[in-house]
Design a protein around this ligand. Structure first.
Ligand SMILES: [Zn+2]
Length: 140
C-alpha cells in the first residue's frame, strides 16, 4: 500500500467513525473501537479532535438518507478487519535477489496520522518513526 493510499484509507475510517459517533449509533469512542477492532487510543483521539457535538438519530425511525450514511460508514469500518488481515507484502529487496513477503506493519496509534499501514514490514523499517529514505536502487 502506498503511503497516500494508507493515509486516504485512514481518513475514510476516521470520517466513518465520526459520523457514527455524531449520530450516536455508538455512544462512546471505545464502544466503536471494540466493535470494529480499531485501536482505542486512535478512536479516542479522533473524537477528541472533532467538535464532539452529537445529533442523535432514532435508529427505529431512520430516514433513508440516515440509513444509507450508517450503512456506508459501517461498511468502511468493517473494511478495517479485512485490511488488517490481508495486508500487502513488504516487497523490500533481499540479499538473495528476492523480495520480502512479510505483511507490511500496522503502525502504533501515534503513527496513524501517517496512515494505519506502513509501506514495509517491521523487519524493514515499517515501524520507524521517520519516513524511510528512498534507496536509489529501490525501483518499486
Ligand atoms: Zn520486509
Amino acid at each position: 500500500m502506498k503511503p497516500e493510499q494508507s493515509r486516504d484509507f485512514t481518513e475514510r475510517l476516521e470520517k466513518a467513525a465520526l459520523s457514527l459517533l455524531k449520530m450516536e449509533v455508538f455512544r462512546k469512542p471505545d464502544d466503536l473501537a471494540r466493535r470494529f477492532g480499531l485501536p482505542l487510543p486512535v478512536v479516542r483521539y479522533w473524537w477528541r479532535h472533532s467538535d464532539q457535538e452529537t445529533e442523535p438519530v432514532d435508529v427505529s425511525t431512520l430516514s433513508p438518507k440516515q440509513a444509507k450514511i450508517i450503512r456506508r460508514a459501517t461498511q468502511t469500518l468493517e473494511g478495517w478487519e479485512k485490511v488488517k488481515r490481508y495486508r500487502p507484502e513488504c516487497g523490500a529487496a533481499l540479499n538473495n535477489g528476492k523480495r520480502c513477503k512479510n505483511s507490511v506493519a500496522i503502525r502504533p496509534p501515534e503513527g496513524w496520522n501517517r496512515g494505519c499501514l506502513a509501506d514495509r514490514c517491521r523487519m524493514h523499517g515499517g515501524l520507524a518513526r521517520r519516513e524511510r529514505k528512498k534507496k536509489v536502487n529501490d525501483d518499486e
